[in-house]
Write a protein that binds this ligand. Structure first.
Ligand code: ZN
Length: 212
């Protein structure tokens, strides 16, 4: 039997220095390109379409849209967020919207989760704007992460899954539909089933995390 399929392969065609908004100073970056390859016996053989490009800070591991390379930090009003901040915010909103409208208490929970995971605050009006936008689009958490997945590295993907997990356990228990949604979000991010199993185990047993 011939085993074939496709998978994303990440390359680093360029390196340099840039202004990292998270580090608030000039840092080294790797420019990453993700391209889908046709695989034969799990070996990438034929390059297919380009899935995404991103700039990765080698210090904080944050990933950004390549437009960041033209960003002038002295210019006011321009704000470029690390892409996994955007993705984790969207996935949390998507998970909460999946079972109906968002209550005031859930807004507070989203804000605290966001701060816990990113170390940054998200203003309520900004969050409400994002919620209204996602509500209108009707996108599922899977749709939302699938769009940003090609611009996230492993650190970003793991943080997004952690955000989705934290929202699932916020009401005390993870039910079957939440478990299914987490698995789908993991798949949309391009994480393997084994990777997801490892992450879920780590989230459920936070004490082993530090032993890495
Ligand atoms: Zn950085």
């Amino acid at each position: 039997m011939i085993i074939f399929g496709t998978r994303g392969v990440t390359t680093t065609p360029e390196r340099g220095t840039f202004y990292c908004p998270r580090c608030s100073t000039n840092k080294n970056y790797n420019f990453k390109r993700v391209r889908r390859f046709f695989t034969l016996y799990f070996i990438p053989v034929i390059p297919l379409d380009k899935l995404g490009e991103y700039v990765e800070c080698t210090t904080c591991q944050g990933t950004y849209d390549p437009a960041i390379l033209d960003y002038d930090p002295s210019q006011e009003g321009l704000q470029l967020e690390a892409l996994y901040f955007v993705a984790l915010k969207q996935v949390m909103i998507g998970m909460l919207l999946a079972d109906g409208a968002i209550e005031e208490s859930e807004i507070l929970m989203l804000q605290s989760q966001y701060q816990q995971l990113t170390g940054q605050q998200i203003p309520e009006d900004e969050l409400r704007e994002e919620i209204a936008h996602i509500q209108q689009s009707g996108d599922s958490p899977t749709d939302l992460v699938a769009r940003l997945a090609p611009q996230l590295n492993d650190t970003g993907k793991e943080t997004v899954i952690r955000a989705a997990y934290n929202i699932s356990v916020a009401d005390g228990v993870i039910d079957e539909s939440e478990r299914l949604m987490l698995a789908q979000v993991g798949q949309a991010l391009g994480l393997t089933a084994a990777h997801m199993t490892g992450l879920m185990h780590e989230f459920q047993n936070p004490q082993i995390e530090s032993q890495g």
